[in-house]
Structure formats: structure tokens, C-alpha cells
Design a protein around this ligand. Structure first.
Ligand SMILES: Cc1cc2nc3c(=O)[nH]c(=O)nc-3n(C[C@H](O)[C@H](O)[C@H](O)COP(=O)(O)OP(=O)(O)OC[C@H]3O[C@@H](n4cnc5c(N)ncnc54)[C@H](O)[C@@H]3O)c2cc1C
Length: 432
């Protein structure tokens, strides 16, 4: 049986990007329906580090980070046997006002964070449907007007609703279905393969250091031949007696096809197991290889009646492959544009979305893509790692650039000077 419903905005994907958009739109008084193919009962293992700017973005959505997560003060950057401790960049003159900017990051288990965001969307008035997979768009004379939705019958506890396939109509649709973005591909989005992506694997282990207040970031983890690869490995204490451990490698690394990411993770776990006090043969979660598109590598980000946000638009940070901040930010920007289109009944407003994304991300993404290409050459990577890891100032500057916490006021330092220089170079570099 098939039923039909309709809504102002249909959001495909109830991750950080989709939920951020749903919260803002529902609070503005619009009808929003969020679809997520997950039932909500699965364990989601991803990275779970929420950098300070993303903590601020969550606060702005009224999500209680302190209740959900484990506060982390900074990271110890490692290369080989050298390490430097760097606190999170927190500066009154950075992008956000000192009164609202978070001064610490947090580690929040991804399923907890997604649950909290969806609960917040429901509280704001959105209709969030779990176990609901958007299978294909409904297109009318070239305009997307909704989606065919397959319902996982196991999630239906309302005897009146026995449908397993429904059509949901909408005035506008937001594609926020994550890195693979099958629904987005169906609407014509594609990833530019010349631009960097990240290949990542992670796992969870039990450790009595699971409540440490500092993370660890290993720059240039070593491959089977003891050569550093372009990427990093991490240890995130989750505050509950477990650690999230992972490795990410940039596709710009010259020998990327020779890297087995799961073996790299295994070797990394063995190398740190004693210090972090865990058993590397007892992984609580089987590592899975995943690809994240980076630096604005997916487009187009809009059509006449739809927008694309978060990983579906390839917006993750090209330095770190972290995408939570970009997902929350692009979800919010999409919501602001859709709010205007709905309020004034003018769909041409959607054309502002790519420009709004460019304002927030284009220059930073270009510098990030350029850096990824630069560090993809092994000898340049080795030189950068050897000289950088000796100095707390250099590592602090690197972290400030990598987390996009650059100062915009008068009090600029090495990070800002290095970034400005990179911007000058990027102006003359090809856009990929
Ligand atoms: C191993 C790993 C570690 C990472 N670590 C970090 C980290 O520490 N910090 C950080 O900031 N970022 C990290 N990232 C990146 C981060 O997870 C993503 O950038 C972020 O989740 C993007 O949010 P999103 O809402 O765009 O997509 P997602 O979080 O992927 O959400 C998309 C949602 O859409 C749903 N969906 C998909 N298709 C459909 C469909 N057809 N119909 C209905 N629903 C659908 C999915 O079930 C999912 O819930 C990591 C990524 C990986 C792979």
C-alpha cells in the first residue's frame, strides 16, 4: 500500500547536517520532515571528536554538550618518538565572540550525538522518521517535489500505518545523506576525483585511560616500510572507559593505493597499546574502511528546488577530514536560505546558497587542498614533520590552521601569517 504526505522541507538524512537544518527551520515555524534510513538502534562508530567551534555550533542549536560528552583540553601531537602538547586554540578575537566561543573540545559517542540532535529537532517541531529510506526523488517537470520513501516495517508501531512505501511531497528538499550520498547522486551531484578525499578506519577499545583529558594526534603514521603517510592517527578518550582509535590517509598521498588502512590501524594500535593500556587484540568494533570527500569536492550544491549540505556536498575539512563543524554550519546556512525562500515564496533565493558556502569555506578549502597536495609528496612530508614537531609554537599554529580557528582581530600570530602566505600562493594555483 502507498500513502502520500507533504511538508515544506523534506530533509534526506538525519545526521548533523540534516538535524541542524531541521532545528533551525522548525524553530522558524516551517513544516519539516527528516528521513533517516537507520532505525536508531544501530551502533554508529565514526570519529567522535567535536572541535571547540563545533561545540559552539551545538550550543547555538541548544544541544547540551556537557551532558553528552567528555571534555578534552587539547591534543598531544606526535611524530615518531617526539611529542608536543597543544591546548585547543581559544582566542577572544577568533571568529566567534569570546562570550559564546567554547574553550574546549569534546568527545561524544556518535550515536549519542545523533540521538540528541534528532531529539532536539523533534522538540523544535520537526517530524523525524527513523527507518525511512529515501529511495528516489519525485520529479515534476524538472523540479524535485519530494521522494519515494521505503519504511522499515519493524519501526512502525502504529497499527494504522501499514505502508512499506510512501511518497512524501515537499516544496523544497535538502540532501544531507552523508559521504556516499546515493540520493544526491540521483539528483546529479558528483565528486571531483582530482580533489582530495580521506580514507579512514576506526575502532573502539576498553582502557583504564578512557577518561584522560587530552587526545593524541599522530602525524604521518608509519606504513609497513616505516615511511610516514600523508594523514594522521588519533586516540580519543571517550570518558566511559573506552578509547576511539583511528587512522586517516589523504588520497593525495603519492602511494595511497599501496596503503591498507585496516592494517595501518592494526599496526598503530599495537604501537600505542602499552602506553594507552589496552589489549590490541580485543577491538570492541570491527574497523571498516570509509571514504570522506573533502574541501568542497562535491557539486552542484543546489538545484531549482533542492540544496545539498554536509558530507553529501563534500564539505569536510581538507586538513583533518573532520566534518562535524562543516555539517552543522552548512545545515544552518541551508536552513537560513530555505527559510527566506519559504517566507517570501521565492525559490530563486536558493541561488544564494553556493555563494554563502563560498563565503564561509572557499578560500580555506583551497588552501587545504593545496596543502594536501604539497604534503602528498613524501620528502616534503618528512621535512615538514621533522621540523614542525620540534616546536610547540609550530604545532600550535598547525592546529589553529587545521581546525580553522584563525584569529581575525589585530592580535595575529604565526598561524595567521602562514595562512596568509598560503592564500597568496593558492590564488595562483589551479582550483583543484
Ligand atoms: C571513521 C570516521 C571518523 C571520523 N571522525 C570525525 C571526528 O572525529 N570529528 C569530526 O568532526 N568528523 C569526523 N568524521 C567526519 C564526520 O563523521 C562527518 O563529516 C559528519 O558525520 C557529516 O555529517 P552529515 O550529516 O553530513 O552526514 P552523516 O553523519 O553521514 O549523516 C547522514 C545520515 O543520512 C542517513 N541516510 C543516508 N542515506 C539516506 C537515505 N537515502 N534516506 C534516508 N536517510 C539516509 C544516514 O543514515 C545518516 O544518518 C569522521 C568520519 C569517519 C568516516
Amino acid at each position: 500500500m502507498s500513502t502520500r504526505t507533504s511538508t515544506d522541507v523534506l530533509v534526506v538524512g538525519g545526521g548533523p547536517a540534516g538535524c541542524a537544518a531541521a532545528i533551525v527551520l522548525a524553530e522558524a515555524g516551517h513544516e519539516v520532515t527528516v528521513l533517516d534510513q537507520r532505525t536508531g538502534r544501530e551502533t554508529v562508530t565514526r570519529g567522535d571528536l567535536v572541535v571547540p567551534a563545533a561545540v559552539t555550533a551545538l550550543h547555538e542549536l541548544d544541544v547540551d554538550v556537557a551532558r553528552l560528552g567528555h571534555t578534552v583540553l587539547g591534543t598531544r601531537m606526535w611524530h615518531g618518538d617526539r611529542s608536543v602538547a597543544v591546548r585547543w586554540p581559544t582566542d577572544g578575537s577568533s571568529r566567534r565572540a569570546a562570550t559564546t566561543a567554547a574553550t574546549a573540545g569534546a568527545v561524544i559517542a556518535r550515536d549519542r550525538l545523533d540521538d540528541a540532535l534528532r531529539a532536539r529537532a523533534v522538540a523544535a517541531g520537526a517530524d523525524v522518521r527513523m527507518g525511512a529510506q529515501a529511495t528516489s526523488p519525485l520529479v515534476d517537470r524538472g523540479f524535485v517535489r519530494g521522494a519515494n520513501v521505503m519504511i522499515d516495517d519493524a519501526t512502525i508501531d502504529d497499527g494504522a500505518n501499514t505502508a512499506s512505501t510512501i511518497e512524501i511531497g515537499c516544496r523544497f528538499l535538502l540532501v544531507a545523506d552523508g559521504a556516499n550520498s546515493r540520493f544526491g547522486r540521483g539528483l546529479g551531484t558528483h565528486r571531483d576525483r582530482r580533489w582530495p578525499s580521506a580514507v579512514t578506519a576506526s575502532t573502539i577499545v576498553a582502557s583504564d585511560r578512557g577518561s584522560d583529558a587530552w587526545l593524541e594526534t599522530h602525524l604521518g603514521p608509519l606504513d609497513a616500510n616505516a615511511n610516514p603517510v600523508t594523514g594522521h592517527a588519533w586516540v580519543h578518550p571517550r570518558g566511559d572507559g573506552t578509547l576511539n582509535i583511528g587512522v586517516t590517509v589523504s588520497s593525495s598521498y603519492r602511494d595511497v593505493f599501496g596503503v591498507n588502512i585496516v592494517k595501518l590501524l592494526d599496526a598503530f594500535c599495537v604501537s600505542i597499546a602499552d602506553r594507552w593500556r589496552f589489549d590490541p587484540t580485543r577491538l570492541l568494533v570491527e574497523p571498516v574502511r570509509r571514504r570522506t570527500p573533502l574541501g568542497g569536492s562535491v557539486g552542484p550544491t543546489m538545484g531549482p528546488t533542492f540544496l545539498v549540505a554536509g558530507d553529501a556536498a563534500g564539505m569536510a575539512n581538507p586538513f583533518t577530514a573532520h566534518g562535524m563543524l562543516a555539517a552543522l554550519t552548512t545545515g544552518r546556512i541551508a536552513a537560513e536560505v530555505l527559510d527566506e525562500a519559504l517566507t517570501f515564496g521565492n525559490s530563486t533565493t536558493l541561488q544564494r546558497y553556493p555563494a554563502r558556502l563560498d563565503e564561509s569555506f572557499a578560500r580555506y578549502h583551497k588552501v587545504g587542498r593545496l596543502s594536501a597536495r604539497f604534503l602528498g609528496r613524501p620528502w616534503l612530508l618528512r621535512t615538514a614533520l621533522r621540523s614542525g614537531i620540534r616546536s610547540e609554537a609550530a604545532m600550535g599554529a598547525a592546529l589553529r590552521i587545521a581546525t580553522n580557528e584563525l584569529r581575525t582581530g589585530g592580535d595575529r600570530g604565526g598561524a595567521e601569517r602562514a595562512y596568509r602566505l598560503a592564500l597568496q600562493v593558492a590564488r595562483f594555483a589551479p582550483s583543484w
